[in-house]
Design a protein around this ligand. Structure first.
Ligand SMILES: O=C([O-])CC(=O)C(=O)O
Ligand SMILES: [Mg+2]
Length: 387
């Protein structure tokens, strides 16, 4: 058993939307295929992966460093002890050979993208859904019913309050009961009008989360906290710079409600620093680390250990990114749910075609691997790469 090839293509996922920090007009995404010589039911096993939105495609790093390290390694060194499957942990160690610690950034995205494809291949070779494989390895019961929320509410040219209200109403019609909108890309007064318009529209049919995308300095984060705390929000997300733990800690003095952050922390060390120094509260806050941006599931398992060691429940983790990889981790390991972008970043995000959102939850179908084969628009572009 061996990996015979690794392919990468960088695709646009551009759209005219804007958050408080970036617009997505030039956004790209890497898609990778890890091709094996394993054949099941007459079909070669290929694992697929891609990176989450918000960071760009990683073709350069994947081709220059990580792909060749895997392909040049002794194939037997990449297998588990029994020799009956690939070992994602051993492959991860090979990828990270001669990489210094710290400085997590684009490298963590390149490795996270490849790691997703490797886990897809591993679960396909085991002929199980990835969530089942993870639950079995952990010795726990999988729960295929997962909380999902609808992320959107971006700024884009010409979007008025009516359009924002209609967008949020549309998510409720599709079965969501938590919706998220952007803040910090307009004045505080204008954001307050946008929030009030959305709260009026959803009128108790859903809860609202707001996301500042790390835009605020301490003073602005506090001013927003004082404005936001008068509303019954689901959470106040990523107020300040992702690495400014002191800001996050200070903010809890001014915001008694739920806060969420972590999508731009890319290693278990950074996650640990957030838990050590960020003043996050395990009884109400959420952690949004996204394995596809942060060295993949091999590293995310270390992050989950850090989370547990710090006295947090894994149910406080609701990853960023809206991909099926995190849905599998949520179902297999008991995370609190997953993000979803009903209208954005297609065909990568979202669910298999048969899946419907009901009461803010989905149920994972029993598909081998991550389940990409169940999403027709996605598997079409994946197979164009490798099959
Ligand atoms: O707009 C973005 O970069 C995405 C984001 O923060 C989120 O989904 O929470
Ligand atoms: Mg966010």
């Amino acid at each position: 058993m061996r990996i015979t090839d690794i392919l990468e293509v960088t695709k646009p996922i551009s759209s005219p939307i804007r958050n408080a920090y970036i617009d997505f007009s030039q956004m790209t995404c890497s898609m990778v295929a890890v091709v094996t010589d394993v054949v099941i039911d007459g079909r070669r096993v290929v694992g697929y992966g891609f990176n989450s939105n918000g960071r760009y495609g990683q073709g350069g790093l994947i081709r220059d460093r990580f792909r060749d390290r895997i392909l040049k390694a002794d194939p037997d060194s990449l297998l588990n002890d029994k020799g009956d499957n690939l070992d994602p942990h051993r492959i991860w160690d090979v990828m990270m050979t001669n990489e210094k610690p710290g400085g997590h950034g684009e490298r963590s995205v390149a490795v996270g993208t490849l790691d997703m494809a490797i886990w897809d291949a591993v679960a396909k070779i085991a002929q199980k859904p990835l969530f089942q494989l993870l639950a079995d390895r952990e010795g726990i019961q999988a729960n295929p019913r997962i909380f999902v929320y609808a992320a959107g509410g971006y700024y884009y040219p010409g979007k008025d309050l009516k359009a924002l209200q209609q967008e949020m109403r549309g998510y409720i019609h599709r079965g969501y009961n938590v919706v998220k909108m952007k803040i910090g890309g307009a004045s505080l007064e204008e954001d307050q009008r946008r929030i009030e318009a959305v709260l009026q529209e959803i009128d108790g049919d859903a809860q609202l989360a707001v996301d500042a995308n790390g835009r605020f300095d301490l003073e602005t984060a506090i001013a927003y906290a004082k404005m936001l705390r008068q509303y019954p929000l689901f959470w106040y997300e990523e107020a300040g710079d992702p690495l400014d733990y002191a800001l996050q800690a200070a903010l809890s003095e001014f915001y008694p409600g739920t806060m969420a952050t972590g999508e731009n922390l890319f290693s278990h060390h950074e996650a640990r620093n957030l838990l050590r120094y960020g003043g996050m509260r395990p009884d109400r806050d959420y952690l949004q680390f996204d394995c596809a941006l942060s060295y993949g599931l091999v590293e995310y398992l270390r992050t989950l250990k850090v989370v547990k060691d710090a006295g947090w429940s894994w149910s406080r983790c609701i990853p960023h990114g809206g991909h099926q990889m995190s849905l599998n981790i949520a179902a297999g390991l008991g995370l609190g749910g997953n993000e979803s972008y009903p209208d954005l970043f297609q065909p990568y995000g979202g669910f298999p075609d048969s899946v419907r959102v009901e009461d803010g939850h989905i149920v994972m179908p029993e598909l081998p691997g991550i389940g990409f084969e169940g999403k027709s628009d996605l598997i079409k572009v994946m197979r164009e790469l490798a099959e």
